[in-house]
Design a protein. Structure first.
Length: 560
């Protein structure tokens, strides 16, 4: 089944350490193409909370990439996998003991959102005429606020507001454990918006102010998240604050049409009344216009349309649409030959599919095709043609290994060419008995490497030679011995949300670069490496590159 995700949503996110904390243990996920939005709030102090958040991010994205099960099942399993991996690593690494996180995860499929929630982060849904909190705080103070035993302002000032009784990672969990993952299902209409946030926002900014700022900047998601983070910091910024915001295309026009009357924007008195009304219903429901006010609603709608028509940007947009339409007609008239259809060529190591060897599928592939690997082990080198995708149907379940008795240098995957392509979800396994020299060797332009696991001794896990505009995202490199990524001076790459883990003594760095200005390194986890995590750059450049990442020092050697 082909899923329709949330590409119709425009979205943005922002995270900030705040005004008091020295580090940021929050982590946002904002992927409208896959319909994945989340706020992860790490707990553990120092680097441990950041590591917990990074682990949760990697596990969640890996599970949600597999479209198996209902959205609710996928969300439950994603959070459970994150929980158990955090628990496992906390047990394995003494300096990470006690790390956990709380999180709110939203998966949008079609016009429906499935929410998985653990802890005291929040998800709000906004409609043209109101705001509603869909999640429940799993905390003593939050429960009392949801039960209306105390007001929102009293909860924000309560001395126990930061206590939670549910978390992700403190003990082993099954996805169906009672009292673990709260699942909420909701419709997502064309005039709705979603706001996910950590308690660093809601402890400092009221829901009515949140709604006001969203409405003020509706239509520009980046302005929305920037304004909310600024409001939290202006109020004191006592904690890390993270905001993820996504709005459907009809939200901003609907907001303006609803709140702009025939004579222009609402007056200060009307606006104050509206905010007070919103405050009364923020936790109980979305307040709607009374059916007894059709004339007022019609005048409001007419005023909204007048506001839209009066804007120069509207007419500029109309001109752009007309220009695009003319270009499409000309393109259709000038080129009546349809492009070749994009094909999926399935490969299974057990036979029974279209191809039994990757090489046979690649020989038949043309640019734009997808070579899809069924679960299994493939003992062959892959030379990936230009513009062809190599994907595992189930991420992590299709493994490339060196063939027995093979001689000479062995590169698991070689990819070059100017048209790019995607390498997704495969696993590359090297061992002393069957060593791989290089996991991925990439040249050319535009390759995307996503959710690839590379493990075992090798000269380099990912090698970039003359490779430009490369994206390396969501990958795990474990015990590679050589660098996790090595790049020559002519290569550039964005390296984000990956985990580079080394157990034992690390001789080589995680990253070996030639030019720091050609590389973006952000939101990665580096664990078990020594001082030299990045080689080939100056000390100042190394500090700058690592500033947006999570670093866990190697275990100290204990003399016996």
């Amino acid at each position: 089944m082909t899923e329709i995700h949330a590409s119709f949503l425009s979205a943005a996110c922002r995270t900030d350490a705040g005004c008091v904390r020295g580090n940021n243990e929050d982590l946002p996920l904002c992927d409208p193409d896959r319909g994945v939005f989340a706020v992860i709030d790490g707990v553990g102090g120092q680097a441990a909370g950041e590591v917990a958040a990074a682990i949760a991010s990697t596990e969640i994205m890996a599970r949600l990439a597999r479209p198996l099960g209902t959205p609710a099942e996928r969300v439950r399993e994603a959070i459970a996998l994150a929980n158990n991996e955090i628990f496992r690593q906390a047990e394995e690494w003494p300096n990470l003991h006690g790390m956990t996180c709380v999180l709110t995860l939203a998966l949008v499929v079609g016009r429906h959102v499935t929410i998985g929630h653990v802890g005291d982060s929040r998800l709000y849904k906004l409609a043209p005429d109101g705001i509603k909190k869909l999640t429940h705080d799993h905390s003593p103070v939050g429960e009392r606020e949801d039960a209306r035993e105390i007001t929102e302002s009293e909860a924000m000032r309560h001395p126990r507001r930061n206590e939670v009784f549910r978390d992700v990672g403190s003990e082993y969990r099954d996805k169906d454990d009672a009292g673990f993952v709260e699942i909420v299902e909701a419709a997502l209409e064309n005039d709705h918006a979603l706001l996910l946030c950590s308690d660093g926002l809601t402890d400092m900014v009221s829901s009515s102010t949140i709604e006001h700022l969203v409405r003020k900047h509706a239509g520009d998601p980046q302005l929305v998240v920037d304004a909310l983070v600024a409001a939290a910091n202006d109020a004191g910024g006592k904690d890390n604050v993270t905001v993820v915001y996504a709005e459907a295309p009809g939200f901003a026009p609907a907001v303006r049409g609803y709140w702009f009357g025939a004579s222009g924007p609402a007056s200060p008195v009307r606006e104050a009344a509206r905010i007070e009304s919103a405050s009364r219903v923020a936790h109980g429901g979305i307040e709607r216009t009374s059916a007894a006010q059709p004339r007022q609603a019609a005048m409001s709608l007419a005023g909204g349309w007048r506001w839209i028509v009066s804007r120069r940007a509207t007419w500029f947009g109309c001109g752009m649409v007309m220009g695009v339409a003319v270009a499409l007609v000309l393109a259709w008239r000038l080129d009546t030959v349809a492009p070749p259809a994009r094909r999926t060529l399935a490969v299974s190591d057990g036979g029974g599919q279209t191809f039994s060897r990757i090489a046979d599928a690649l020989a038949d592939a043309r640019p734009g095709d997808v070579v899809q690997l069924e679960p299994g082990t493939y003992k062959e080198q892959v030379v990936l043609p230009d513009g062809v995708d190599l994907v595992a149907r189930l991420p992590g379940k299709a493994t490339l290994m060196r063939a027995e008795g093979a001689t000479g240098e062995w590169r698991a995957v070689t990819a070059d060419g100017p048209s790019g392509g995607r390498i997704y979800g495969i696993r590359i396994d090297s061992s002393v008995a069957a060593p791989i020299d290089v996991g991925l060797h990439i040249s050319g332009a535009g390759r995307r490497v996503e959710l690839v696991d590379i493990e075992g001794p090798m000269r380099a896990a990912i090698e970039l030679t003359g490779a430009t505009a490369v994206t390396i995202r969501g990958c795990v490199v474990h015990n590679a011995q050589g660098p996790g990524v090595t790049m020559d001076a002519s290569s550039d790459a964005a390296i984000a949300n990956n985990a580079f883990v080394r157990t034992g003594r690390a001789v080589e760095p995680a990253l070996s670069l030639k030019d720091a200005t050609r590389t973006v390194v952000t939101r990665n986890l580096f664990a078990g490496y020594g001082v030299e995590i990045i080689r080939g750059v100056s000390a100042d450049e190394r500090a700058q590159l690592l500033s947006g990442n999570f670093v866990v020092a190697a275990e100290p050697t204990i003399a016996r």
